[in-house]
Design a protein around this ligand. Structure first.
Ligand code: GH3
Ligand code: MG
Ligand code: MG
Ligand code: MG
Length: 314
């Protein structure tokens, strides 16, 4: 990176480094039918250390997006064969909101198209006559905005200790899952509670307890990927919802595998390690919604505790 005259400020340098580090993890898609112009952009953005993908029209852009759903920003031309910038913007917006994928449209045409593009759902609009410097600034501004939104989204949807959904998100997404399954009652709900967790805290301190919770969260994330919905329900209580595409018997099998992996888990603590167990209550969705379903699972959890812990009650 070449420093410009008068930009020796250390904060500025830190900003540049942070941006480059961020860029390495960021995928952008350049869409333009002019090979020369597209190559120019790709070259410039690659030098910014962004992961750059390219397409020469809207149809191809949608294919690339399909294969790379983690693309964060699309920089698109307006006039292109097969599918132009308007149609592309509309098609992308049908699948991804403005706070998931940013779209910046560029055009060499004289007409004033900016307002129209913004109405179609573009995040920004730049005439091709603008300097590369301005283009870069706008790209970074839009990426920063998406970062901020993602950080805030995580704060409001996730439990900071385990990274699992919080209770609010469980009810939002879980309610949707149950609604989608309708009367079939084929959604399976599991409530999990760590056994004698107070003892873990008493013996290994709050830090040891927190570590156990994080390991439990990691295991849940790994063993129950989407479309399962997983959440930290409260202190040491977790919830797993299986969609109606997972038969009840399969859900029970997976939970049994999970129960035994928790039992086998060794939590490193100072020079030694400790382990713990989990009790699980399982219920099929009732016709009265998520609250009622979780109550039913909770009843079973209570029975699992009463009959000796480290077991599944269904
Ligand atoms: P049981 O087998 O009956 O579930 O026994 P238990 O000791 O697990 O019972 P209980 O549910 O009463 O205890 C939960 C404990 O979890 C109490 C609380 O101090 C602890 N806890 C809740 N949230 C956290 C947390 O974020 N970190 C840590 N370290 N401990 C927590
Ligand atoms: Mg063109
Ligand atoms: Mg508890
Ligand atoms: Mg407990």
């Amino acid at each position: 990176y070449v420093l410009k005259r008068g930009t020796r400020d250390i904060q500025y340098l830190i900003g540049v480094v942070e941006r480059l580090l961020r860029n390495e993890k960021t995928k952008v898609l350049v869409v333009d039918d002019s090979n020369t112009y597209r190559k120019g952009l790709v070259d410039m953005l690659t030098r910014q250390r962004l992961q750059v993908l390219e397409a020469c029209n809207g149809v191809q852009a949608l294919e690339v997006l399909e294969e790379n759903p983690d693309i964060q920003l699309i920089l698109s031309d307006y006039n292109m064969p097969l599918m132009d910038g308007f149609q592309l913007t509309e098609a992308v917006r049908a699948r991804y909101a403005q706070d998931r994928v940013a779209i910046i449209v560029t055009t060499g045409l004289e007409e004033d198209l900016a307002a129209q593009f913004l109405r179609y759902g573009a995040n920004d609009f730049i005439p091709k006559a603008a300097s590369f410097e301005e283009l870069l600034c706008r790209i970074h501004m839009n990426l920063n905005m998406l970062d901020l939104i993602r950080i805030n989204r995580d704060l409001s949807e996730k439990d900071p200790l385990t990274g699992l959904y919080n209770r609010r998100m469980l009810f939002k997404e879980g309610g949707r899952l149950i609604e989608k399954a309708g009367e079939s009652g084929r959604v399976t709900a599991a409530m999990l509670d760590i056994d004698h967790f107070k003892k873990v805290n008493d013996t290994y301190g709050h830090a040891g307890g927190d570590l156990a919770l994080r390991c439990m969260g990691d295991l849940i994330t790994r063993q129950f990927p989407p479309p399962c919905i997983t959440a930290r329900y409260g202190g040491e209580e977790f919830c797993i919802l299986f969609p109606d595409t997972v038969p009840h018997s399969i859900a029970l099998e997976q939970l049994e595998v999970f129960r035994s992996s928790v039992e086998a888990l060794q939590i490193p603590y100072e020079e030694t390690a400790f382990s713990f167990t989990v009790s699980i209550g399982v219920a099929r969705a009732t016709p009265y919604g998520l609250d009622d379903t979780l109550n039913a699972a909770d009843q079973r959890l209570y029975e699992a505790k009463r009959s000796g812990r480290n077991r599944i009650q269904f």
